[in-house]
Each structure stands twice: as structure tokens, then as C-alpha cells.
Design a protein around this ligand. Structure first.
Ligand code: NAP
Ligand code: GDD
Length: 333
């Protein structure tokens, strides 16, 4: 691959953005990331990357912008002239989307439209092809119509986040079909890592297990323990994003591990790893439940396996142990 290939990542300060930036840098890309003015709070995930400069690796440059400011997207497309755009920015928390539905729609739905229009405008002006990845979500399956879910499963979102993501998904399909954009959506099931935001359930639990073990916290309060998710490792999932943009034909792909577990099992594994019984530490509060819950997500990633050659490398238990170990180290600091 040419060393001058340029990628533009929105949401680079998030979990996936940091893994994707690392992966693309290791492939020799020139990586550009969009930050918000307030992103300094979460820049820790990518601070190390800014200082990296091995000759065999690409470089990272950061720019200010915002998904709700379409002119900033137009300007960044003009300045960066990327070959690949990965749109990862979103208000990505499902429960918060019930409290901020309007904002969630602006960022996670209309923001996608703004990005697609900025790409079209740039392609038209420059004649350079831009390949686009949209971060779609298994939350779009919501009240699931079949199990496991695959690319052809009808959508039935159960949250303002899911509805916003569905708009982003369909507008990506629409721009592909209407204007011939090389635009692909990855319908990604839940994926986690030690860099996961602290208010998502896996990280909330692994952090609590570690802190309780170290005597820094007494209990953890959760919502629905019976919900089931198909949880994978973020480091694996960002590779699928890249693979999609290397295909001649843009398409949509489900990315999932194909096995699901409950929040209760998550608690059991995390606490067991530090020698504790979760029954003694996990409390319940309806505040952490959602007005409408998605009970069970389970993905069928056969298409990705067959066309992209993608498969997950880490099982659920190893993932949770990896996260607890990382949180034990953080708690020791
Ligand atoms: P994350 O850690 O919450 O990161 C979200 C990113 O979006 C952050 O960099 C955040 O910037 C940025 N952002 C939020 N609002 C923005 C705005 N108005 N303008 C510009 N940037 C904005 O999410 P993630 O887990 O990495 O997920 C990445 C993407 O995949 C998201 O679109 C998410 O919805 C989607 N997705 C995630 C999963 C999953 O399980 N992780 C599954 C399916 C789909 P700040 O640092 O400034 O807040
Ligand atoms: N966050 C959270 N906090 N979730 C809890 C809690 C709690 O205290 N207690 C139980 N849960 C349950 C939720 O009700 C949900 O059923 C499940 O744990 C997972 O919640 P999250 O970790 O917040 O993830 P999510 O599935 O709602 O959304 C994530 O995955 C989507 C893909 O399906 C996010 O990363 C989304 O951005 C992503 O699109």
C-alpha cells in the first residue's frame, strides 16, 4: 500500500477511534483525526500515538471540528483530502439518548448526512475517490425480528440512539445507491476493551471489581442483569472496518462474535477473577434501566467471514479478564 494513503477518522478520541488510528498507523497511513474543543478530557486514549514516529509507520494529525457543524466537515475534507473516511463520531450511549434524543439525532443521524455531503462536494471538486465507512450498530435490530441477526434482518430500533443510527445507516445506503459513493456500513455488535468508556456496562463492572478488590469502592449499582449481548474485542472489530474499505464493491456487513452472554454472567466472571462473589457487591437501581430495553442481541457474521476473511480473536471470558487486569493496574495507581 502507498505510504501516502490518507485516512480521516471522526471520533478518534473514542474507544474505536484510538484502536483504528493505531491500526492504520501500523499500516503506514497518514491518519487525520477530528477532535472537539472539549475532547481534551478524553484525549488520553490517543496521546501516545501523537508522539509516535517510527519510519515504517504513518503519522497522526489532529484537527478541530464537530459533527453538528457541517461547514467544519467541508473544511476538513478540503484540508485533509483523505482517501478513506471512517465516521465513528456519535453520541454513543443508549440510555443517555433517552435523555438527549434531539442532540443524539443531530450528532448521530444528521451528522452522517453532513459528512456524506462534505465527501460528495470534495469528490466533485477534486475528482479524487473517497471511500466511506459508517459506524452502524446492532442496536438498530432492537426488538429483534429473528435470531441471530444478519444483514437481511429487518430493523426495529428501541431507543433514540437506535433510531438515529438507523437514519445514518439508510442515508449511507441511499448515497451509495444514488450517487455511486464507495460507502459501507458496518453493523457492529457490542465491542469492548480496557479503553471502553466507564459508563458502559462491561467497563463499569470490570472497574468496580478491580476497585472493590483494592478496597477503593464498596459496591456497584446496575440496572437489568438479564440483558444479553454479543460482546467482542474492539481491537478485532476495527480491522473489519478497514477490510470493508479495501473491497472493490461497497456493502454492509454484520460484525459479531456469534455468542451472547448476560450482564449477570459478566458480573460473575469479573468478580470471580478477583476472588469475589458478585452477589455480595452488585446492587440494583431502576435508574440504570432503560424506558425500552433491548433484551438479546446475537449476530451472524458469516458474510464478513466469507468476503472479508474476518473473524474474532478473543472469547468473552478472556476479554473480561483482560479488562479486569487493566483496571486492577489502574486501581493500583
Ligand atoms: P465512544 O468511545 O463513545 O466515542 C465516540 C466518539 O465520538 C468520541 O471521540 C467523541 O468525542 C466523538 N463525538 C461525540 N459527539 C461528537 C460531535 N458532536 N462531534 C464530533 N465528535 C463527537 O464510542 P465507540 O465505542 O468508540 O464507538 C465508535 C462508533 O461506533 C460510534 O459511532 C458508536 O455509536 C458506534 N458503535 C459502537 C459500538 C460499540 O460497542 N462500541 C457498537 C456499534 C456501533 P469526545 O471525546 O469529544 O466526546
Ligand atoms: N450502561 C449500563 N449501565 N448498562 C447496564 C447497566 C448499567 O449500570 N446495568 C445493566 N445494563 C445493561 C443495559 O440495560 C444493556 O442491556 C446492557 O447492559 C449493555 O449496556 P451498554 O454497555 O450501555 O451497551 P448498549 O448495548 O446499550 O450499547 C452499546 O452497544 C451498541 C451496539 O449494540 C454502545 O456501545 C452503543 O454505542 C452500540 O451501538
Amino acid at each position: 500500500m502507498s505510504a501516502s494513503r490518507r485516512a480521516f477518522i471522526t471520533g478518534i478520541s473514542g474507544q474505536d477511534g484510538s484502536y483504528l488510528a493505531e491500526f492504520l498507523l501500523s499500516k503506514g497511513y497518514e491518519v487525520h483525526g477530528m477532535l472537539r474543543r472539549t475532547s481534551h478530557l478524553s484525549r488520553a486514549r490517543i496521546d501516545g500515538l501523537c508522539e509516535r514516529g517510527a519510519a515504517s509507520e504513518g503519522c497522526l494529525q489532529l484537527h478541530y471540528g464537530d459533527m453538528t457543524d457541517s461547514m467544519s466537515l467541508v473544511r476538513l475534507m478540503r484540508d485533509i483530502q483523505p482517501h478513506e473516511v471512517y465516521n465513528l463520531a456519535a453520541q454513543s450511549h443508549v440510555r443517555i439518548s433517552f435523555e438527549q434524543p434531539n442532540y443524539t439525532a443531530e450528532v448521530s443521524a444528521l451528522g452522517v448526512l453532513g459528512m456524506l455531503d462534505a465527501i460528495r462536494e470534495f469528490q466533485h471538486q477534486s475528482g479524487q475517490e473517497v471511500r466511506f465507512y459508517q459506524a452502524s450498530s446492532s442496536e438498530m435490530f432492537g426488538n429483534v425480528q429473528e435470531s441471530p441477526q444478519r444483514e437481511t434482518t429487518p430493523f426495529a430500533p428501541r431507543s433514540p440512539y437506535g433510531v438515529a443510527k438507523l437514519y445514518g445507516h439508510w442515508i449511507t445506503v441511499n448515497y451509495r445507491e444514488s450517487y455511486g459513493l464507495h460507502a459501507s456500513s458496518g453493523i457492529l455488535f457490542n465491542h469492548e476493551s480496557p479503553r471502553r468508556g466507564e459508563n458502559f456496562v462491561t467497563r463499569k463492572v470490570t472497574q468496580a471489581a478491580a476497585r472493590i478488590k483494592r478496597g477503593l469502592q464498596k459496591t456497584v449499582t446496575l440496572g437489568n442483569l438479564e440483558a444479553r449481548r454479543d460482546w467482542g474485542f474492539a481491537g478485532d472489530f476495527v480491522k473489519a472496518m478497514w477490510c470493508m474499505l479495501q473491497q472493490d464493491k461497497p456493502e454492509d456487513y454484520v460484525i459479531a462474535t456469534g455468542s451472547s452472554h448476560s450482564v449477570r454472567e459478566l458480573c460473575q466472571i469479573a468478580f470471580e477473577h478477583v476472588g469475589l462473589d458478585y452477589h455480595d457487591y452488585v446492587e440494583h437501581d431502576v435508574r440504570f434501566e432503560r424506558p425500552a430495553e433491548v433484551d438479546h442481541l446475537l449476530g451472524d457474521a458469516r458474510k464478513a467471514r466469507e468476503i472479508l476473511g474476518w473473524k474474532p480473536s478473543i472469547c468473552f471470558k478472556d476479554l473480561i479478564v483482560m479488562m479486569v487486569e487493566s483496571d486492577l493496574k489502574l486501581a493500583a495507581k
